[in-house]
Design a protein around this ligand. Sequence first.
Ligand SMILES: CC(C)(COP(=O)(O)OP(=O)(O)OC[C@H]1O[C@@H](n2cnc3c(N)ncnc32)[C@H](O)[C@@H]1OP(=O)(O)O)[C@@H](O)C(=O)NCCC(=O)NCCS
Length: 153
Amino acid sequence: MNECLQQAYQIREMQLDDVRRVIQIEREIFLFPWTEMNFSDSIRAGYHCRVLEQDDTLMGYGIMMMGLDEAHILTIGISAQWQHQGWGGRLLQYFINLAKQQQAASVLLDVRESNIGAANLYRRLGFKQIAIRKGYYPAMCGREDALVMRLEL
Ligand SMILES: CC(C)(COP(=O)(O)OP(=O)(O)OC[C@H]1O[C@@H](n2cnc3c(N)ncnc32)[C@H](O)[C@@H]1OP(=O)(O)O)[C@@H](O)C(=O)NCCC(=O)NCCS
């Protein structure tokens, strides 16, 4: 196991107080970041908003919304300096377990077609592509397709 994964970390509920730090990471890792209001509205709406932290360092975050029997991961991000060390996989696995606890039959997410690394991570955890949303995302030149991926629980 990676040395840093042996250190204590926690995944806890995102508070409104966390949004300032979350948005800093969001702006660092996404070309088209969510706004502060997107995050605070998600907390107020009661979505499953979580942060991943070690000691006092907020390393990543994710948001999952429950549908009738389907969980939707709306966003997930790991600060650039902490990527490729297994944290994203851990956070995703946390949401998968949470979705199971909530009796969801499946977990859905969208990923940009060009986001090969993220799509590979999702495939590794068992997600399968089920559809393409044409022109779903804004892009530097026009629009970009989204791959819709689903994990059957
Ligand atoms: C996508 C994202 C959440 C993944 O988080 P992460 O912490 O980098 O994910 P992991 O480290 O668990 O896995 C990513 C890759 O690192 C590799 N990896 C894991 N541990 C590793 C280690 N100790 N050393 C080297 N590589 C490692 C994994 O094999 C995986 O490779 P793969 O994609 O070829 O399968 C993160 O990269 C991110 O925030 N990206 C920007 C925002 C984004 O695209 N979000 C998703 C929108 S749908």
